[in-house]
Design a binder for this molecule. Structure first.
Ligand code: FE2
Length: 349
């Protein structure tokens, strides 16, 4: 910061210049940029209307095959993060398309991936050779370093939202990818074996956990929706959340994914959430319903109308509220669990 004394300033500038060659930088020159009173996200609040994007997503099939692309994805790039290819400061998200008969070849990577199915039927993802067929609203986990490929045995396009912790894993320097020598990983257990084995409040006797990931990798919407439906008539509505549930690893009670928290929430018709902010940034996908999401207040407020399949980014420490015109169900994925483990997560109601 410039002072009233030009001599003082020129002494500092000369000093800064002189120590540059020794790879030294004075902290006082950027202290206030780093130690801000509040978190300052680069990401901006933004909403993608799925119906407006759908043609481009489908057209991508004419531009490149799933085989050639490896993964045919249109990345949701936040307007505040141009060139960084991220939906929020800490998460990557994209819309992936697979058409009938296609295969997205087997690979594995250390970043974790989750899918939230947007449209279509008959598509499947295979994790370590176990297939799970995807229906709209299903939440699917691909654990770190698990072999996976995708295919489609039905008709019409299948599109899902991918969310990955790539920025975090890249930042930490633990980013590895490997291609399987065959297009598909060899067939393993029958479809949905893990759901039946671990997803019914039962656990095989002698089960030993050998990874941090949930042994379940499909959380079908039909089951999730039924729970919300049964709970909605006799639950206390949280003023900021409505009725909000977290997807968990049933063997630990911890999050379904070790680095990404995932949630499903129901807001009844006419419900308005109270303004809320927290240090976890995230991506939200509307499973059902319609309404308005409002970011900030006063003259800086921005609002977006939303309908089914729309996706919006909530930057960290960004106050927002949701008004539901109809009964609304929203999926969300945030970095809350990482912050919780590090002891730095905060919220403000
Ligand atoms: Fe992948």
């Amino acid at each position: 910061m410039a002072s009233a004394d030009p001599t003082h300033d020129s002494i500092q500038a000369a000093f800064t210049k002189r120590i540059e060659a020794d790879r030294l930088v004075p902290l006082w020159n950027f202290f206030s940029n780093w130690f801000t009173f509040d978190p300052q996200a680069e990401a901006e609040p933004y909403l993608w209307h799925y119906d407006g994007l759908r043609d481009s997503v489908l057209e991508s099939a004419n531009v490149i095959s799933a085989r050639e692309a490896e993964r045919r994805v249109l990345v949701l790039e936040n307007p505040g993060l141009i060139g960084k290819h991220l939906v929020t400061d800490s998460l990557y998200a994209g819309l992936q398309l697979i058409t009938p008969g296609e295969v997205a070849p087997a690979h594995r990577h250390t970043p974790v991936a989750l899918r939230f199915i947007i449209e279509g039927s008959g598509g499947y993802t295979s994790v370590a050779g176990e297939r799970t067929y995807m229906e709209p609203g299903d939440f699917i986990v691909t654990p770190s370093w698990a072999w996976h490929d995708h295919g489609h045995e039905g008709e019409g396009p299948v599109v899902w939202l991918d969310v990955l912790d790539v920025p975090l894993i890249r930042f930490l320097g633990a980013n590895f990818t490997e291609h399987y020598p065959e297009e598909r990983y060899p067939e393993g257990p029958p479809a949905n074996d893990s759901l039946h084995r671990y997803g019914s409040n039962l656990r095989p006797v002698g089960y030993r956990r050998d990874t941090l990931a949930s042994p379940i990798f499909s959380y079908p919407y039909a089951r999730t929706r039924e729970s919300l439906e049964k709970l909605k008539n006799h639950s206390d509505w949280d003023p900021c959340y409505g009725l909000k549930m977290e997807y968990i690893d049933p063997t630990t009670g911890g999050p379904a994914i070790p680095t990404i928290s995932t949630f499903i929430q129901l807001l009844p018709k006419g419900f308005s959430t109270a303004p809320y902010r927290s240090t976890d940034g995230g991506v939200y996908c509307v499973a059902e319903g319609a309404g308005t999401v409002r970011f900030g207040d006063g003259e800086n407020a921005t609002e977006f109308r939303f309908g089914p399949r729309d996706i919006f980014a909530v930057p960290y420490w960004q106050s927002f509220s949701i008004e539901a015109d109809e009964e609304t169900v929203i999926f969300s994925a945030t970095d809350k669990i990482v912050q919780t483990k590090l002891g730095v997560w905060r919220e403000q109601r």
